[in-house]
Design a protein around this ligand. Structure first.
Ligand SMILES: [Zn+2]
Length: 433
């Protein structure tokens, strides 16, 4: 079974689900061949968005900030073409500059982009653009156009060249830094439509559409200053001079009056003050991540040490330092950062998965198993965790329970060294031929 076949067998993603026939485009009112209903959009959203959030170090632990972002977002959802979608809006802890929408209306902005915005109007432009993607049903449209399903489950097993399954798993986990395989990649046409809808919604909601041009200018200048932090943003939402020109034109022709409204700068600054207090630490983390992606581990460690000196309780800072130590094959050094991260944000799963791997490396399989069980409870549905639970049980000499996990893993994927390892153990134990 290859990865695409694997996706077809996921619950709720069977072939029949996609063939719901014609439906009405909520924006144009025209009949369109959209092979996915609202229920499927919501189901896919619910299945994938928690994994993306965890990859992005969880929802920011700043209730005031989240209330504010949700409030601005809801105002846009209410005046959109699909006010009945179950929208949610949040800031996630990732440091890269990005925002994204899942097809059921789950929308997030990273703290990296929140730090660069300067007004509520620009925030509304960002959220409005994402609400635009949900309203124009771009995800469903792209699925309908593509003969092969091109969404990928980030958590599906990735083939690894490492023959030691333990380190194979580790390589996968480290490799997920800056992944984003769960995110929709839009066309230029999609982007044009989402920009136009975003401006329409933000204007209806009483904001100043100049926020959209401010947002684009910020993205263009940041892409020069910090190219690595914007890579994913521009690969998922392609930027072009045409987008800027269209937005300027709409501002002059359609929204000249609304463009005279005052920009809400102070309200934005007040509501993001706690986040902005972390700006210097986040800047060091961004540099650390860029070094980590280039495998310059010593330099990454230096930046992350500076970040932690400024913000010692910062969950992404601790997890990134843990990843960096793991990348340098220092599980002993990595572990305290990951255990501290777990206690600081006990409902976020990523630190548990990584801590579990360090327990395995340090020959503490019972602690590893507990960590993977914690992860699985917080974020079910990751095949890697099933494998890692089996591997921990195998190290604990609990063949029966290990075999059960390996069987479960092989139901999800047959590819890669982890699958090979599971099959060879099951064969060795005489449980399969
Ligand atoms: Zn977009």
């Amino acid at each position: 079974m290859n990865r695409r076949e694997f996706i077809w067998t996921l619950p709720g993603l069977g072939a029949s689900v996609w063939l719901t026939g014609c439906s009405t485009d909520p924006v144009t009112g025209k009949k369109a061949l959209v092979m996915m209903g609202k229920e499927q959009e919501i189901a896919i959203d619910k299945q994938h968005s928690p994994h993306q959030f965890s990859e992005d170090y969880g929802i920011a632990q700043d209730a005031g900030l989240n209330r504010y972002v949700a409030d601005v977002g809801k105002r846009l959802g209410n005046v959109s073409h699909r006010p009945d979608m179950p929208y949610s809006f949040q800031t996630v802890n990732a440091n890269y500059v990005n925002a994204y929408a899942f097809p059921g209306g789950t929308i997030a902005a990273t703290r990296g982009i929140m730090l660069e915005l300067e007004s509520e109007d620009s925030l509304a432009a960002l959220m409005g653009h994402e609400v635009g993607h949900v309203n124009a049903r771009h995800f469903a449209e792209r699925q309908a156009k593509s003969s092969l399903l091109d969404i990928v489950v980030a958590t599906a097993s990735i083939a690894s060249t490492d023959s030691n399954p333990q380190y194979g798993a580790l390589a996968q986990l480290i490799g997920s830094v800056g992944g984003g395989v769960l995110l929709s990649h839009y066309s230029r046409e999609n982007e044009r439509e989402a920009d136009a809808l975003g401006m329409e919604y933000m204007t209806r909601a009483g904001l100043n559409p100049t926020g959209m041009t401010d947002l684009m200018q910020m993205l263009n200048s940041q892409s020069k200053a910090k190219p690595s932090a914007l890579e994913l943003m521009f690969s998922t939402h392609p930027m072009s001079s045409e987008r800027v020109a269209n937005t300027n034109q709409a501002l002059e022709k359609t929204y000249a009056d609304a463009a005279k409204r005052p920009l809400q700068r102070e309200r934005y600054m007040d509501n993001t003050s706690r986040l902005r207090a972390l700006k210097a630490a986040i800047g060091e983390q961004q540099k650390g991540e860029a070094m980590l992606n280039q495998k310059k581990f010593d330099a990454a460690e230096d930046h992350l040490r500076k970040a932690l000196a400024m913000a010692p309780e910062d969950y992404p800072g601790l997890v990134l330092m843990g990843k960096t130590q793991m990348a340098m094959n220092r599980p002993q050094e990595a572990q305290p950062y990951l255990l501290k991260a777990q206690t600081i944000y006990p409902t976020e799963a990523q630190a548990s998965q990584l801590a579990g791997v360090t327990h395995l490396q340090l020959k503490q399989p019972d602690k590893a198993l507990a960590a993977f069980q914690t992860y699985d409870r917080l974020l079910p549905g990751n095949p890697n965790t099933i494998f890692l639970k089996g591997y921990s049980l195998e190290q604990m000499q609990n063949k029966q329970a290990a075999a059960q996990e390996y069987f479960n893993y092989l139901k999800m994927t047959r590819q890669g060294n982890q699958a090979n390892h599971a099959v060879s153990r099951l064969q060795g134990w005489g449980m399969v031929k």
